[in-house]
Ligand binder design. Sequence first.
Ligand SMILES: *Cc1c(COP(=O)(O)O)cnc(C)c1O
Length: 421
Amino acid sequence: MDHFLYRNGLLHAEDVPLPEIAAEVGTPFYVYSAATLTRHYSLFKEALAPLPNLVCYAMKANSNQAVVRLLGDLGAGMDVVSGGEYARAKAAGVPGDRIVFSGVGKTRAEMEQAIAGGIRQVNIESEPEMSLLSQLASAMGATVPVTIRINPDVDARTHEKIATGRAENKFGIPISRASEVYRMAADLPGIEVVGIDVHIGSQLTELEPFEAAYLKVAELTRQLRADGHDIRRLDLGGGLGIPYTRTNEAPPLPLDYGDLVRRTVGDLGVEVEIEPGRLIAGNAGLLVASVLYVKSGEGRDFLILDAAMNDLIRPAMYGAWHDIVPVAEPTPGTETAAYDIVGPVCESGDTFAKQRAVPPVAAGDLVAFRSAGAYGAVMASEYNTRPLIPEVMVRDDQFAVIRRRPTFEEIINRDTIPSWL
Ligand SMILES: *Cc1c(COP(=O)(O)O)cnc(C)c1O
């Protein structure tokens, strides 16, 4: 459920009509609903109760300071994958002991940053990384809690670019080598093994792959405990999918996922961490754009928008579907027409949808992309020197710009012409 509904003939974000925001900030822009973010976080908390747990929001889905502050104030932990995200979490007021550090290629500087600033745990992805962390932590006189990410060799049955749990993927250590690597870890100074980490992919629309992975983690927990390791925390990753269309079958709900977690690892007496990103932020955001032109082509019509692939890359990158709806509510029974919905960037890949049936729209009309709150703004670029688009947060009847659109001057001034040129 989200908080983007038609009221009085106009699509609203909570209690704010979208044209009101468009008039103030100009299109295109992203808009996020505070109530939806809060609700999605709470759903996970309810789903995991009564297990001791920490819901660590995967910041890479949407790392705007306002989003991180809102979730952090609700008590969320943060899953970060870079020094930049770590700094963002801290800047939004999240304490180090609620931040977990994931990622397959952490640099020396990032590890030092996390050790110095405080970290709940580092999720180790390889032996060389583990040795480096051990060296750095020892040199800094610290002991860093770690989990080791295991690769369970499970097919997440999702898009190949976001599947991470198969043996051929770059992530984690093979589960078959876990006892050896945990033995190594136990002997290293500067780190303390506290648990196991797993994350098999994103946008999972079935529970079975989670179940297969978590059963393997449960078995490994017993085995590692028998080997003398104090496994007391399981980081079960993120990945629960969201409905991107209103018509296709609904992915499992957080409550079903919570049942699964309890069923698979609930009797181990561990603290559970999860790292949801997409499910918290995805349906909490829209991308709003204007129709620039309606263009008739050879056998097909194009809706040319002022938003482009640099603003929302998911369709170009993953062939992703976003529902695209007019902001003015179509009258019931309106006939739809098929359009290719495209942006102005000079690539044919700048196509949001092909032959998409939408109610008739005209130049100047506003349209909204649903489910654009996750992996939208964070993946944007300034390709074609199109400024990053503004982000807006709504709570009830208030809205605020939470990142403004940079000026051309600001963009140009980031470059430097060498004095010798
Ligand atoms: C991307 C990622 C997540 C979040 O995945 P979602 O599908 O957005 O829930 C969590 N943990 C790790 C390690 C990731 O790489």
